[in-house]
Write a protein that binds this ligand. Structure first.
Ligand SMILES: [Zn+2]
Length: 250
């Protein structure tokens, strides 16, 4: 498929125009015109670029790309090395941030919920395109049981703050660095909050508002959206897609 046609296809699937974001969504670094072989991954790190070069990929498709609001603009150091490697190998870089978090089927939240048997009902924020979601566990579990389930499914033990004695029925979630939403979940009387990262203050929010908290890893909670997008591109459109997981303990 031609590059522009591929970009349009991704935009049709992920609808980035309706979402305010902190980075450009879509084609971030232009490479060759014809795209057949795609490497997907969570972050466009040097390790992922090197793996894509080894695979002779035409494009890299990620959740965390480049050119974030507030970052230093000059293309120097680490940023220069990454972009130079892409350009030297004529590899396209496509990135989708919030549109990939919130997509109702292949999004990070939707895919994580599916993996952990969470039924999503609606957005946590009272706005259209809420990034955080809320719903319930299909089978109520106590905090320890749910932590064990996360460890098993994500292959990584979560950091927890378990403050309740009864089972978790209702739960809110936001993949990645969504710890700031814990207070909104607590205000709404939700039993538990699940995200990728924790801050020092998150634990006090959990303890003082009686809400169980799980930080299951920014990287670990955001593997599944980009993986599902790649699987869709392979299945429905015949692309050769390889998801490469460059592990990250955070
Ligand atoms: Zn993220």
């Amino acid at each position: 498929m031609q590059r522009q046609e591929f970009n349009q296809l991704l935009n049709d699937i992920l609808k980035p125009h309706s979402i305010k974001d902190f980075c450009p969504n879509g084609l971030q670094v232009e490479g060759k015109n014809k795209i057949k072989k795609i490497v997907t991954g969570v972050t466009a790190s040097q390790a992922l670029i090197d793996a894509a070069i080894d695979e002779q990929a035409d494009a890299i498709l990620v959740h965390h790309g480049y050119f974030w609001k507030g970052e230093s603009q000059p293309i120097t150091g680490m940023k220069k090395r990454r972009i130079a490697a892409l350009l030297a190998n004529d590899i396209n870089l496509f990135a989708y941030h919030l549109p990939l978090d919130i997509h109702p089927e292949i999004g990070n939240n939707a895919q994580l919920a599916k993996l952990l048997d969470i039924e999503i009902q609606t957005g946590l924020e009272p706005v259209a395109n809420s990034v955080a979601m809320k719903g319930h566990l299909k089978t109520p579990l106590n905090g320890d049981e749910f932590a064990a389930k996360i460890a098993k499914m994500l292959n990584r033990a979560p950091l927890t703050s378990l403050v309740r004695t009864s089972k978790i029925h209702t739960i809110a979630l936001c993949t990645g660095g969504g710890q700031g939403y814990i207070d909104l979940a607590a205000e709404q009387g939700i039993d538990a909050y699940l995200t990728g990262e924790a801050s020092e203050q998150t634990i006090h929010s959990s303890r003082e508002q009686n809400i169980d908290f799980f930080a299951a890893g920014h990287h670990a909670t955001e593997r599944y959206g980009i993986k599902a997008l790649g699987e869709l591109l392979a299945k429905e459109y015949g692309f050769e897609v390889n998801f490469i997981d460059i592990d990250n303990p955070v």
